[in-house]
Design a protein around this ligand. Structure first.
Ligand code: C2E
Ligand code: MG
Ligand code: MG
Length: 741
């Protein structure tokens, strides 16, 4: 087969007329061939290119192409053309941005000379489309993942900046009141941003933007051009962002640091971003609408019940020391009649009118809510009693003005309950509940009036409301303490044990004594939790004292009647003792007379089981209830505590002395230890000593003390006092009695 006759001219003219831009360079990187298609692609004349370094075409072409090529041709034969292809970007002489796909080949001639031939395809359109697709994909994904609009805007701007080098992307939102707000502008100079944000967009400007998109450039560039230039910006490409309904909601702008000439890419990318910006704006509006629906009452536009709770909690947690406020709970008198008479549509209109009236007299910082039905709540900051009275009167008067609903003229009245923070409760729940109690009171007292929540009145109910929830919270946060009150042997003053007494200090309510909160705990179902907590705490404390060499023979814990209905109690106590490695005799359980009066089998068995474990069982406050002495004998008690009321006037009350003497006698005969509580004076102590009372407890010796500091201090002090006492009295008085079981 004969070789086809291909002369050099034929080859050159074929390359010359090739559709794709073709460039040949020699081994010194000089351009030696540049065809017509190349001339069109670069916008350069052949004569301006031939003989010049390839850098004039693509700054990175030679180096990159050479490296890639060398890698691939290693070990190849002469005369063989090996190709590689890559994407390159450059700016055409007229400024247009071009993306080309370059195939580079090395040509080695028979005489060993090396050339490189590059064939470039213009893929600008494809490349730009791909970038726009990437952008679209990213933004849609961000929107689908419920990202905040701010983050979506940041993502969009950063992407656009990376696709158009040397630019600054800015997404601006026009607020409903006409302010231009820069949502995202990762690299915009601050001064320029401030100028943009000082812009007011009137409704006529909005209309101009709608009909003429070019107006956006006038707004965000032409008026600030000199400032922009001084900050290194040269040009601006921008487009208004309109929602599907045609409303202009913002502007997306791309500022270029270099003049872009005829480059259409920046404007193209801006335009392609507009639908995503619109989508982001719409999604943002939807999110805001949803959160509005979740927080506001749809009928009146006031806050709803759950958000008024949140707002009140927020006011309480504010650390500004000026947190006093008043809550007004307002309820329309006989609303049911009004509802029936007007029908639902007019009744709604009526409620809207009421909301409007409340709004009309409220100041800016008042919190207004419709918490359901015809009940409204107004929270007024910094509102002491006098101001609260004035505002309540004002509210009542405003409500009684005649109102026109449909064909009807109505004159109505309302009742108001007022609670104040911090007096009426530590949290929103108790404050709203106490306001509600006061509101019921106002209704009861005749309607059309207001009432303040009153702590004295209905104390128990209010305690349950206010303290109940506070106690639950404190218990969960471990804010209760045990204090320990020493009990001493009458004749030797030896420490016989301590009684553990609960203490509760609340950050807003202050110190609350057990006489108040134990009843609340019982009524609100929290007493068992308190009991379990104090048993555990007491065991821990004994272990600590043992470890520190402080000898406390036994700790008495108070338990309420409900505990003894729970058959699991003895096991619970046994497990606690075991876990703390404590002898059962280290723990005494104090029961009240109501436990003793409880004839249920559960209680009897539980008491017996506790006794069987080996713990002490003490009858607290003996003499205050109705228990008979005979019943004492039927219970497995180890101790009787004569109530404080007998000791109060002990020195002068011979009846009290007689009863005490009888109880001491019986206790002694039954082998029980007799303790007297509330011993405050030396005289009382002397008398009790004469009556052979075993153990005393009272302020004369110590108040309930906090461990470790106060208690240890007392122990040291007490030890020195004991050492100063005369020699140990007769053995019969000090030896511990044998306990019956
Ligand atoms: P209680 O068990 O009879 O406790 C003795 C009360 O008398 C304590 O009051 C104590 O502080 C007080 N007291 C002691 N010595 C004197 C004194 O010399 N003079 C006077 N005037 N008072 C004295 P506190 O701590 O206020 O406790 C009151 C009651 O609350 C207790 O009476 C007990 O029934 C109950 N309590 C306390 N802590 C708990 C607990 O953790 N659980 C249960 N269920 N009840 C508890
Ligand atoms: Mg007690
Ligand atoms: Mg007592």
């Amino acid at each position: 087969m004969s070789k086809p006759n291909l002369s050099a001219e034929v080859l050159i003219s074929a390359l010359e007329q090739a559709i794709d831009a073709t460039v040949i360079i020699d081994d010194r990187n000089e351009v030696i061939f540049f065809n017509q298609a190349a001339s069109n692609l670069w916008g350069l004349d052949k004569k301006d290119v031939l003989g010049r370094n390839v850098n004039v075409l693509v700054p990175t072409l030679h180096q990159a192409g050479h490296d890639a090529f060398v890698e691939r041709s290693r070990g190849s034969e002469h005369n063989r053309i090996v190709g590689t292809s890559r994407e390159v970007e450059f700016t055409r002489s007229d400024g247009e941005y071009i993306c080309g796909e370059l195939s580079l080949s090395k040509v080695v001639t028979d005489d060993g000379r090396i050339f490189f031939m590059g064939v470039m395809k213009n893929v600008t359109t494809e490349s730009q489309q791909r970038k726009i697709l990437i952008l679209q994909n990213d933004v849609l994904q961000a929107l689908a993942s419920d990202m905040m609009i701010q983050d979506v805007a940041d993502l969009l701007c950063r992407r656009v900046e990376s696709f158009v080098p040397g630019t600054v992307a800015v997404l601006m939102l026009i607020t409903p009141d006409g302010q231009l707000r820069v949502l995202s502008s990762p690299t915009l100079p601050k001064r320029y941003r401030a100028s943009l944000e000082s812009l007011y967009v009137s409704s006529s400007e909005l209309e101009k933007l709608r009909v003429d998109p070019m107006h956006a450039t006038r707004m965000v560039w032409d008026s600030y051009r000199s400032l922009g230039i001084s900050l290194g910006l040269q040009q601006c490409f921008c487009t208004p962002v309109s929602t599907r309904s045609g409303q202009v909601k913002g502007i997306f702008a791309l500022y270029a640091r270099e003049d872009q000439g005829r480059n259409t890419w920046p404007q193209r990318i801006v335009d392609s971003c507009i639908p995503f910006c619109a989508l982001a704006f719409e999604q943002n509006a939807t999110q805001e609408h949803i959160s509005h629906l979740a927080n506001f009452d749809s009928l009146t536009g006031l806050l709803n019940r759950s958000s008024v709770h949140k707002v009140i909690e927020g006011m309480i947690s504010k650390q500004d020391g000026n947190r006093q406020f008043a809550i007004f709970m307002l309820d329309i008198d006989r609303f049911r009649d009004i509802n029936d008479a007007l029908g639902h549509v007019y009744a709604d209109q009526f409620l809207v009118e009421i909301a409007g009236r409340i709004r009309s007299i409220a100041k800016e910082d008042y919190v207004l809510s419709r918490s359901g039905g015809d009940e409204f709540v107004v929270v007024v900051p910094n509102c002491p009693h006098k101001e609260a009275t004035a505002f309540a009167k004002h509210l009542l008067a405003t409500m009684t003005l005649p109102m026109q609903i449909g064909q009807n003229t109505l004159t109505i009245s309302c009742s108001i309950g007022i609670s104040t923070y911090p007096d009426n409760g530590p949290d929103s729940e108790s404050l709203l509940s106490t306001a509600d109690v006061a509101l019921r009171q106002a209704k009861e007292d005749g309607r059309g009036i207001f009432r303040f929540a009153n702590l004295e009145k209905n104390q128990v109910a209010q305690d349950r409301l206010v303290l109940g929830s506070a106690l639950r919270d404190s218990l969960a946060k471990g804010m209760l303490n045990l204090h320990y009150q020493p009990q001493v042997r009458t004749h030797t003053l030896e420490l016989s044990g301590v009684e553990a007494l609960s203490r509760w200090h609340h950050p807003h309510l202050g110190n609350i004594f057990p006489s108040r909160f134990i009843a609340v705990a019982e009524e609100t179902g929290q007493i068992e939790a308190i009991g379990r907590w104090s048993l555990l705490e007491a065991c821990r404390q004994i272990v600590k004292w043992d470890r520190d060499g402080i000898h406390v023979p036994t700790v008495a814990v108070n338990l309420s009647a409900v505990h003894f209905r729970n058959r699991a109690l003895p096991e619970h106590i046994a497990a606690l003792l075991k876990n703390h490695n404590l002898k059962p005799s280290r723990l005494t359980v104090e029961i009240t007379e109501s436990v003793m009066m409880d004839n249920s089998r559960d209680t009897e068995e539980v008491l017996q089981s506790i006794r069987n474990i080996g713990c002490g069982l003490s009858m607290d406050d003996f003499g205050t209830g109705y228990s008979s002495l005979s019943r004492l004998t039927r219970l497995p008690l180890t101790e009787i505590k004569i109530d404080r009321s007998f000791i109060n006037d002990f020195e002068h009350d011979t009846n009290a002395q007689a009863v005490t003497m009888a109880v001491i006698g019986i206790g002694s005969r039954l082998g029980m230890t007799v303790v007297t509580e509330g011993v405050e004076t030396e005289q009382q102590r002397d008398l009790l000593e004469q009556l052979n009372c075993d153990v005393m407890q009272g302020y004369l010796f110590a108040k309930p003390l906090l461990a470790p500091d106060d208690f240890e201090k007392w122990m040291r002090h007490h030890k020195t006092i004991r050492q100063m006492l005369p020699a140990t009295p007769a053995a019969k008085n000090v030896s511990p009695k044998k306990k019956s079981s």
